[in-house]
Design a protein around this ligand. Structure first.
Ligand SMILES: C=C(O[C@@H]1C=C(C(=O)O)C=C[C@H]1O)C(=O)O
Length: 440
């Protein structure tokens, strides 16, 4: 939770008119499936520190999005969509036409990226205004698209109008109001969960299925409308993804799990499973448990097996190391990274997502049976939980899996988490494990 009271917003106004700025310009031709357009991107580095969440908070154009990369901590906040796709694009081609040369300090690179979530419904969009932060660099970017030609006058006008359209009101709303938590509901309830898991575990002893990842939901009812920005916290070693669809409706996610990172034909992904808490004095002991307990190793083995089988069909496995321990600030898991060189005909992200997702880490094993069992045993509609989310470009993409997510809808917050169940599982321990995963 952060306090923004007393923050003056005028600095935002001035940074836009920074007279020392050099604007980097690129013009590209873009073809997404059958749709073609010209794409102009203007970028400039900012000479002062910009709190990105605060910038996002004061914007009035929707949707708003924020993404913090788990490994590099690159942070991008953006608002307003100028192009929207309700399916995963089957082809994205970007051809540069003209661009000014520039140095790119600290890897803040100019790229065409669609941000979004592959859920029901899928939505990937091109934002109009973006702010990027990496180490000590801040960059602002303006995206524009034109259907047929490149109107120079139109671009000039856009730059002129930018302060008005992008920074309409920079003073964040003060909200001193206390928001009382009225009620907490669980879906399913503890007794419903125990009953369901007992039945499932009995089936597992009959060897109908090896592992099933079951989710549950906690619903918090507040007295007043919940402010999304009060719920944004930073946790190391997590992907932070926020998608604000409209005022009072948002999806927030703090996920440790990468679906994949692709750069041309190089793909990196990972198997993650089994969970132990973090504890100042017992961290090492819990980590040893993860490596030595049969139940944990089995949970992770099903995930590795599923992933390896899928990856072998996509290309050549370059590396897969030993299981390591992956730690967030509150939990630790078994983790194994994989690197694959994709065959030339497997380079499209819609295809890769369909092959890799859902993994056994969020569904179960073997896959078709697990998928069917979920319909029978899972008592909660997953919605946007456990979906691929992140960004897709023309030759690169980075997607995480939206576990540990929450949907904020007016005065309700619905938090989702799941756990892998195998024949040796105990319903109460699985309940406790998911309780620890409700990180908000
Ligand atoms: C499904 C979730 O997490 C996954 C399941 C885990 C488990 O079964 O222990 C651990 C990490 C994730 O791969 C979740 O957090 O909702």
């Amino acid at each position: 939770m952060r306090s923004i009271n007393g923050y003056g917003g005028y600095s935002f106004f001035f940074f836009i008119f920074d007279i020392h700025m050099t604007i980097h310009f690129s013009l590209m031709h873009v073809a997404i499936d059958q749709v073609r357009f010209y794409y102009v991107r203007l970028e400039w580095f900012l000479s002062q520190t910009i709190p990105l969440s605060l910038w996002l908070q004061v914007q009035t154009l929707y949707p708003k999005i924020s993404w913090i990369d788990r490994d590099s901590n690159w942070h991008m906040a953006a608002c307003h969509q100028i192009w929207l796709c309700h399916h995963l694009p089957t082809s994205i081609q970007v051809t540069p036409i003209r661009q000014t040369t520039r140095q790119t300090p600290n890897g803040l690179r100019s790229r065409f990226r669609l941000f979004g979530i592959a859920s029901t419904p899928t939505s990937f969009f091109l934002p109009q205004y973006e702010i990027h932060h990496l180490t000590n660099q801040y960059m602002f970017a303006l995206n524009c698209i034109f259907p047929t030609c490149f109107p120079l006058e139109g671009i000039k006008q856009l730059i002129k109008n930018m302060s008005r359209s992008c920074i309409p009101n920079c003073i964040p709303k003060a909200h001193a109001q206390v928001n009382l938590l009225w009620n907490i509901q669980y879906s399913p309830t503890l007794s419903g969960w125990n009953q369901c898991l007992h039945q499932l575990i009995t089936q597992m002893h009959g060897r109908q299925i090896d592992k099933l990842v079951i989710a549950r939901k906690k619903i918090l009812h507040f007295q007043h409308i919940v402010d999304v920005f009060d719920w944004l916290t930073y946790k190391p070693n997590c992907f932070h993804f926020v998608l604000i669809f409209k005022p009072n409706l948002a999806l927030i996610c703090l996920s440790p799990e990468r679906l994949y990172l692709r750069n041309h034909s190089m793909l990196m992904t990972e198997a993650m499973a089994a969970t132990r808490p973090r504890h100042a004095l017992q961290d090492a002991r819990w980590a040893v448990h993860l490596h030595s307990h049969k139940k944990d190793m089995m949970e992770q083995n099903w995930v590795k097996l599923d992933l390896k089988t899928k990856l072998m069909c996509l290309g050549k496995m370059l590396s897969c190391r030993q299981d390591a321990i992956f730690q967030t600030s509150y939990l630790q898991h078994l983790y194994m990274p994989f690197q694959v060189e994709l065959d030339g005909h497997h380079l499209m992200d819609h295809h890769l997502i369909h092959v890799i997702h859902p993994t056994a880490a969020i569904c179960g094993s073997p896959m078709p049976q697990a998928y069917l069992m979920l319909q029978k045993y899972e008592r909660v509609a997953r919605g946007a939980y456990a979906c691929p989310m992140g960004w897709i470009g023309s030759h690169d993409a980075h997607l995480c899996v939206s576990i540990r997510c929450a949907v904020i809808d007016s005065n309700k917050v619905m938090i989702y988490a799941g756990c892998g169940v195998i024949a040796a599982s105990l319903p109460q321990s699985e309940w406790n494990e998911t309780e620890n995963k409700f990180v908000y």
